[in-house]
Design a protein around this ligand. Structure first.
Ligand code: HEM
Length: 164
């Protein structure tokens, strides 16, 4: 039965454009690794007129890129619809959305992780009816983040499931 369900969800999740848009929008605003993984320049490199000297440690602030108002309309608003009309994806070709990094050191777990995120989200949504804690309204949920090598919610979300 679990296998049947998994197959069903796999078909649904790979086709559901809104679910895919929700995942992208979540990665845009809350990338799991906000500065990716530290890189080092092996040689002096010039990028857009800036010199990155040999041996410099390079951190790519994908958290800031995801909220750049030069790139995103209403950058602080959670708006999955923005991804419905674009080809933008997370595979390292679109530099405005790089939750898995890009280039030679792109996350090798991307194909597995990306599928699993969709599968888990679809399973959780379709298996339970979710409510916030008693009395809490959606707009009152505290979305502050605690920065580190990985990004976490400063105040954990308490969501109450009822099995469907
Ligand atoms: C949603 C889940 C995940 C996210 C958001 C994520 C994100 C990342 C990021 C941002 C990097 C650094 C890329 C860079 O600096 O350019 C990375 C590297 C890496 N990830 Fe993931 N990752 C995830 C899941 C996984 C999984 C499931 C695996 C293994 C099965 C994995 C294995 C790796 C490895 C081995 C590297 C180092 C690659 C290298 O340096 O060549 N990741 N990941």
């Amino acid at each position: 039965m679990w296998l049947d369900r998994t197959k069903k969800f796999k078909n649904q999740t790979s086709r559901d454009p809104y679910l895919r848009a929700v995942v992208k929008e979540t990665f845009r605003l809350h990338p799991a690794a906000p500065l990716l993984v530290p890189h080092k320049a092996e040689e002096d490199v010039e990028i857009n007129g800036y010199i990155v000297p040999r041996n410099a440690q390079v951190l790519v602030n994908v958290w800031a890129i995801g909220r750049d108002s030069n790139v995103w309309a209403k950058p602080d608003v959670f708006m999955p619809e923005r991804f419905l009309e674009t080809e933008t994806d997370v595979h390292g070709q679109h530099f405005e959305l790089l939750p898995f990094g890009g280039g030679r050191r792109i996350c090798v777990g991307l194909p597995l992780a990306y599928r699993m995120v969709h599968l888990m989200l679809a399973t959780l949504i379709s298996s339970f009816d979710w409510k916030l804690e008693e009395g809490l309204k959606t707009e009152e949920v505290d979305m502050d983040e605690r920065f580190g090598l990985t990004l976490q919610k400063a105040i954990p979300l308490k969501a109450v499931p009822t099995q469907l």
